[in-house]
Every structure is written in structure tokens, then in C-alpha cells.
Ligand binder design. Structure first.
Ligand code: ADP
Ligand code: MG
Length: 323
């Protein structure tokens, strides 16, 4: 299968009306009246963001899922995307179809279509990039910069499962050895993070600031605190873990610090005034989402993490940096 067959047989069926069947030089996209477009891009590199040799559906799914997580954090709904694929030369042809099937599954699940992209190849590692377009009512995008002193700090889901999944993927044994169901939970968290789009509407109504957690909870908390010009005060023991991750942490308390700085969680961290507490919990309940208050905002700068007995926690690193 050559480049053009790949586009016409595997990708063209995924295109929306604006994609013109992937038969033109470019796509056309008309924003709806009264909406702002929210645009985000994430790149994944083989051997960095996904394991070597994973050229198929798992990688395609994760690419869209991590991009959708950015849209969710901004309170946006996905409407379309552009996709760039750099295939490793000589890749098994089955990967083409498999990759497209991963895209199709996520498009269907979240209701958006392909607009266009670019395809090329390399002697090196596979690189995939997606640019997602979402929409919000005009001026309603949730920014990182709106957190105010005395706001509460919340996080969705649980933190650290994806890190434990990655240890499995890398063949590093965990101690104590998790049960099969736990391994499945960890691997799913790593390969198939759930973009919190079901909570986007609530964020738009109640959040003063939000970011998705891709670099590590402490690092991403820092991104909001810097953008908002306020201080984040987090309570270490309040950070929610799955039962399975808690078993790993109970072996050695220091491990909690690893999980809150590890990244790849794709949960949302956001701030909201305390009068919204009930409304937030109700919205979370409705979307079947766990929501946990992990701290409060104050005047100042930076992120201060305290333990239940009042000690300040020091971190040698707060999250992942690409370079
Ligand atoms: P050009 O030569 O101008 O780069 P291409 O031949 O690469 O154009 O692309 C032809 C069509 O196929 C365009 O509509 C383009 O958007 C689409 N396309 C190419 N690669 C991809 C991809 N990876 N994902 C989605 N659409 C693609
Ligand atoms: Mg091209």
C-alpha cells in the first residue's frame, strides 16, 4: 500500500464534510455563529510517548485521547482534527489499517471527524501529531489564568495509575506484585486515558481555571498557579489514588511523591469558588466522575504541598520535562 492508497482507503472514510474526502489540498471549516474555536496540538514520539513497535490502534487512540483531554480542560467540545503521521519506513502494512481503526473508534465515541493532514516516512522513529479543534460559546474557554485567592482546588479521577501502567509496559516489576485486575487498570490508564469531556460543561459553568494533568499533578498545579499569579496549597494525603495504587504506596510512603509528579494522568485540576461545591459534586456524580478537593488557593506564588501533620513536602522534581 503506498501513501495515496493509505489516504484513500484508510483515512478518507474517517473524513467529515469539511475534509472533502481528503481529495483536495486543504480542508474547509466554518465556525458556528456565537462560538469560539479552541485549538490544541499534541505530538507523540515512538520510544518517548509510546513503546517501540506500537504502530497501530493503541497509539492512534492515545494520540486522540490526550488531545481531547486538552479540549476537556478548556470546557470545549471536539468538532474536527488534522493529523500528521510520520511512518517508520518498512512498517508492517497491517499497522495502517490498525492505526485507522483506532482513530475511527475514538471519533465515533466522542463525535468528531477528520479534516485532513499529512503523511510521510522516516528512517527513524514514528512520530504522530494531531491538531484538534473544539468549540465553546464565545469568551467561555476555561483558562489557566483565572484562579483566585480562597478558591478551592479540585482534581478529577485518581492520580498515578498511568505511571504504574508504564512500569508494566517497560517490563519493570512492581512490588508488591499487583493482581491481574490492577495491572489491567494501570495499563488502561496508560494506553487509554479517559478524556474528561463529560465534565467540560460543568467546568465552563463553575471553574475559574483549569489544566489537564499531563506533566505531573504538582507541575500542572504550578502551571495554573503561575498563569493566575496565586499560590496553590495542596494537602498531600488528600490527593486521590485508586485502591490498587494505594496498595503500592502503602509499601513505602515516599512513593506517593513519585505518583504526584509522574504525569500521563490526563485528569483535570481546576479551581472554583467554594459556593460552587454542591453544584460541582452533583455534576461529577451525574457524569460518574470522582471529584476530590485537594487544597486551596491563596495570595502568593508557587505550589506548597503539606502533609496532614503540617510538614511541608520537598520535591526534587515536580513533573516531566521534555528537555
Ligand atoms: P500535499 O501533497 O499537498 O501535502 P497530500 O497529498 O499530502 O497533499 O494530501 C492529500 C489529501 O490527503 C489532503 O486532503 C490531506 O489533508 C489528506 N491527508 C494526507 N495525510 C493525511 C493524514 N495523515 N491524515 C488526514 N488526512 C491526510
Ligand atoms: Mg502532504
Amino acid at each position: 500500500m503506498d501513501e495515496f492508497e493509505f489516504i484513500s482507503t484508510c483515512l478518507a472514510p474517517l473524513a467529515g464534510p469539511g475534509g472533502l474526502g481528503l481529495k483536495d489540498d486543504a480542508a474547509i471549516f466554518k465556525p458556528r455563529a456565537g462560538k469560539d474555536l479552541v485549538i490544541t496540538k499534541d505530538t507523540m514520539v515512538e520510544g518517548v510517548h509510546f513503546p517501540y513497535g506500537h504502530h497501530g490502534a493503541k497509539t492512534a487512540e492515545k494520540l486522540l485521547r490526550v488531545n481531547l483531554s486538552d479540549l476537556a480542560a478548556k470546557g470545549a467540545k471536539p468538532v474536527g482534527y488534522l493529523l500528521s503521521i510520520v511512518w517508520p519506513r518498512g512498517v508492517d502494512e497491517r499497522s495502517f489499517k490498525d492505526f485507522a481503526s483506532g482513530l475511527a473508534a475514538i471519533q465515533k465515541k466522542y463525535g468528531f471527524k477528520l479534516l485532513g493532514g499529512d503523511t510521510t516516512s522516516t528512517d527513524g522513529a514514528m512520530v504522530v501529531t494531531a491538531t484538534l479543534i473544539g468549540e465553546v460559546p464565545e469568551n467561555e474557554m476555561v483558562k489557566r489564568s483565572g484562579a483566585k485567592a480562597s478558591d478551592d482546588i479540585w482534581v478529577t479521577g485518581t492520580i498515578g495509575d498511568a505511571y504504574l501502567g508504564l512500569q508494566f509496559v517497560l517490563g519493570r516489576p512492581l512490588d508488591p506484585k499487583p493482581k491481574t485486575a490492577a495491572v489491567k487498570r494501570f495499563e488502561d490508564a496508560y494506553f487509554r486515558p479517559e478524556p474528561r469531556l463529560s465534565f467540560a460543561e460543568a467546568l465552563k459553568s463553575y471553574a475559574s481555571a483549569c489544566a489537564d494533568i499531563s506533566d505531573g499533578l504538582i507541575a500542572d498545579a504550578g502551571h495554573i498557579s503561575t498563569a493566575s499569579g496565586v499560590m496553590f496549597n495542596l494537602q498531600l494525603e488528600d490527593i486521590p489514588l485508586s485502591k490498587q495504587a494505594a496498595l503500592w504506596v502503602n509499601e513505602e510512603r515516599e512513593r506517593l511523591k513519585t505518583l504526584v509528579t509522574a504525569g500521563d494522568d490526563y485528569e483535570l485540576i481546576f479551581t472554583s469558588t467554594s459556593s460552587n461545591t454542591l453544584a460541582l459534586l452533583e455534576a461529577a456524580d451525574k457524569s460518574g466522575l470522582k471529584l476530590t478537593k485537594i487544597g486551596t488557593v491563596s495570595a502568593g506564588a508557587g505550589v506548597k504541598v503539606s502533609t496532614a501533620n503540617g510538614k511541608t513536602v520537598e520535591f526534587s522534581k515536580t513533573g516531566h520535562k521534555h528537555f
